[in-house]
Design a protein around this ligand. Structure first.
Ligand code: PRX
Length: 701
């Protein structure tokens, strides 16, 4: 098997199309999008005006005059002239009708701790008090950036909405990221305030989180950014649950300071539609993560519209998106989209399998959840550890989502049959941090579902698949190419924070032929994913074509991983590659070459893992660290990652004739394969999509 080269033509022959599933009649009857004319309304001939339908879901202080301004292409401006406030749209405007309805239902990880329902009235109070604190105690004003490093607690959306109320740009860093990773983001966004928490529960343990704040500040300062205040929420109000000392004059307990702001009301600041709402850092091809800057009006319209039509949220539903707010999915589909629609949004603090893999279904049963949204990595884990758990619980989902990675058809079918009890419609939503909201998905009441395929483009999105030369790869050809979006849409990010050139070069330069053009048709958005389009028009996403590894639905840049490894003294060179993993989708394997004269040693391998934990976070910890005598390199000295990726996955390393040192391949292969066999890591046979991905890995080099 390992030496077979699979050509694209062969894939066309062997590609197996999956059978369709159909939306249940009960779902169709109640769906928000149930008028067949909807497709026509969003047809290309009605672009960009079609997006008025999404903007009209919001309450504008001043109505906009221009739907789309392309004069500074590709820096698109949506709903120009309009003014609004995101916090008002997500909270205040619902008070008249839904004052006493739960906005959030928060489930702590320890099962003996009480679930909290936060009504829209209570949310209104908390957001106002926090906004008063941010403005009057921290001196924050419109346009300032503030970094949040908060876990899955209600204080996180309260803080985000308080920032939004003032027009302060929040930049939430996933709680699982290390202090150093947070510090880099503080420096890049020039935040003077860090908002964090003393501790939180994860897998049964109360983790010290404040310790990361001290590391973050040290790193930020080294990068030239001084933080004035660290605000610390308490996981158990009234008790400081961290062992890390407070720094006098710098660290403050939010819960205490808030006492001074009890009952304070802060008028929402009316923001221009194009004012930035938040930054969300994501990994790319360079060592430094980039801050995707999202707008207020366009973003909020897009997440409200897609939450309504694709998540099918009605105010009377109980909606649970089981993601972390520290990622874009949580921003768009736990906080902003659902709240814009007056939803009841469930938040869960912990891991899916704590204390056992029946936990999610107990939560669903207890709270009457009827819309469920999660990632393949969680689905795989629950399927592996508790395949029969769902049937023990009496819950009923009308709608389920999978997002973040390609889902294997068998896993999709388990999700449909076991989790969904054959009653729920499923949407497989493809999109990215940069996109604000969904790009491909079936429209739940109309489209048949095909396991493993994201489906057609969503309303108002017109994708195409292009080859390296920019020619369109026809549908049904069985050939893969780069998926691009031909048009702008309201949820697209505005720029890379502080680096507009990188914004253009990464996402638009590849297929743009006229640099000065102000016609959107000249600026296809390059998503960085390989995909193919079947005869029926459905898109199947294969994975990243750049140096990004998608671990458990989280993007990690190879350069970030490699620079972390290179902080270990003994290391001369490092290369990170993906390895197919049955639970996490992909895991990281690290190849390292030592400085001259040094001998391979287990301690060096451990140091590499520790450095990655410290500089990025535990999610990035490599599955294996391989010390090799040399890296396979091109004649110009570039490491050929696809060759080692092939070895790590027991598949063909591909063409090695262009290498400067082809003989090294056999040495590495022998070492890695025999070690893997010894430790029981022989892989299953890879699917064609997986083989394609490995073969293409790092081809952008
Ligand atoms: O490779 C695609 C994969 O996740 C990448 C985006 O990751 P991130 O910015 O972290 O956002 C994740 C949540 C939106 C994409 O480039 N991806 C995302 N959704 C899917 C997917 N791959 C296949 N199918 C999906 N539904």
């Amino acid at each position: 098997m390992s030496e077979v080269q699979v050509s694209e033509a062969e894939i066309a022959v062997h590609w197996q199309e999956e059978g369709y599933f159909y939306p249940p009649a009960k779902f169709i009857g109640q769906a928000n999008a149930n008028d067949p004319a909807i497709r026509e309304r969003f047809a290309e001939k009605n672009f960009p005006e079609c997006f008025k339908e999404y903007a009209d879901l919001l309450t504008w202080d001043k109505y906009w005059h221009t739907t789309l301004d392309t004069s500074k292409a590709p820096f698109w401006k949506w709903f120009v002239g309009g003014k609004l406030n995101a916090s008002f749209n997500c909270v205040d405007r619902h008070l008249a009708k839904y004052r006493n309805k739960a906005a959030f239902v928060w489930v702590p990880e320890p099962e003996d701790q009480v679930t909290q329902a936060i009504t829209y009235q209570e949310l209104y109070r908390r957001v106002n008090e926090m906004a008063a604190l941010l403005r009057d105690y921290c001196g924050l004003k419109t346009g300032d950036r503030v970094t949040l490093h908060l876990p899955m607690v209600p204080d996180l959306p309260v803080t985000m909405l308080a920032c939004a109320r003032l027009g302060v740009i929040h930049s939430e860093v996933f709680g699982g990221f290390s202090g150093a990773a947070c510090g880099g983001r503080i420096a890049d966004s020039q935040s003077k305030i860090l908002i964090t928490m003393d501790a939180y529960y994860r897998n049964g343990e109360l983790l010290d989180h404040k310790v990361k704040a001290d590391e973050a500040l040290a790193v930020a300062e080294k990068e030239g950014q001084k933080v004035d205040k660290v605000l610390i929420w308490q996981r158990h109000a009234g008790t400081y649950s961290s062992k890390t000392p407070m720094v006098k004059g710098r660290d403050f307990i939010v819960n205490d300071v808030l006492q001074e702001y009890k009952g304070k009301i802060v008028e929402p600041v009316s923001m221009p539609a194009e004012a930035p709402l938040f930054l969300m850092y994501t990994s790319g091809t360079t060592a430094k993560p980039k801050g995707a800057q999202h707008s207020t009006g366009g973003y909020l319209s897009y997440v409200a519209g897609t939450s309504k039509y694709y998540q099918d949220i009605h105010p009377e539903d109980t909606y649970w998106c089981f993601a972390d707010i520290g990622w874009i999915t949580g921003h768009s589909y736990i906080v902003y989209g659902p709240l814009a629609l007056a939803a009841t949004s469930v938040m869960y603090e912990g891991v899916p399998t704590y204390p056992d893999p029946g936990r999610p279904w107990r939560i669903a049963e207890r709270l009457g959840v009827n819309i469920f949204h999660t990632a393949p990595t969680t689905i795989r884990m629950l399927r592996k550890l508790g395949p029969d758990e769902p049937k023990k619980y009496n819950y009923h989902f009308k709608h389920m989502t999978t997002v973040g990675e390609p889902i294997e058809p068998e896993v999709w079918r388990w999700y449909h049959h076991s989790v969904g009890k054959d009653e729920a419609v499923i949407v497989d939503t493809w999109w990215q941090t940069e996109n604000g909201g969904f790009l491909c998905s079936t429209l739940p009441a109309f489209d048949k579902m095909k396991p493993g395929s994201a489906g057609p483009p969503v309303l108002g999105i017109y994708p195409t698949i292009l080859d390296e030369q920019g020619n369109e790869v026809p549908r049904g050809s069985g050939k893969a190419g780069n998926i691009c979006i031909r048009n702008p849409w309201p949820g697209i990010f505005q720029t890379v924070w502080g680096d507009p050139d990188r914004f253009v070069s990464t996402y638009y330069a590849k297929y743009n032929k006229k640099k000065d053009s102000t016609d959107w048709r000249d600026w296809p958005y390059f998503a960085g994913d390989g995909a193919l389009q079947a005869e029926d028009g459905y898109f199947r996403i294969l994975g990243r074509v750049d140096d990004v590894i998608n671990v458990a639905g989280h993007r990690l840049g190879t350069k970030e991983l490699e620079s972390a490894a290179l902080t270990v003294d003994e290391i001369a060179e490092a290369a990170a590659v993906p390895v197919i993993d049955d639970t996490r989708g992909r895991a990281v394997e690290m190849y390292i070459a030592l400085k001259p004269g040094l001998k391979p040693d287990k301690q060096i391998e451990d140091k590499v893992s520790a450095a990655i934990d410290k500089l990025i976070g535990k999610i990035a910890r490599p599955k294996n660290v391989w010390i090799v005598p040399d890296m396979p390199k091109t004649r110009s000295g570039k490491i050929m990652r696809r060759v080692i990726a092939g070895i790590s996955n027991f598949t063909s390393p591909g063409d090695i004739t262009t290498l400067a040192n082809p003989e090294i391949v056999e040495t590495i292969k022998h070492h890695v394969e025999s070690e893997k066999v010894k430790s029981g890591q022989t892989p299953r046979e890879l699917s064609q999509a997986e083989m394609e991905e490995i073969k293409a890995f790092g081809r952008v080099e």
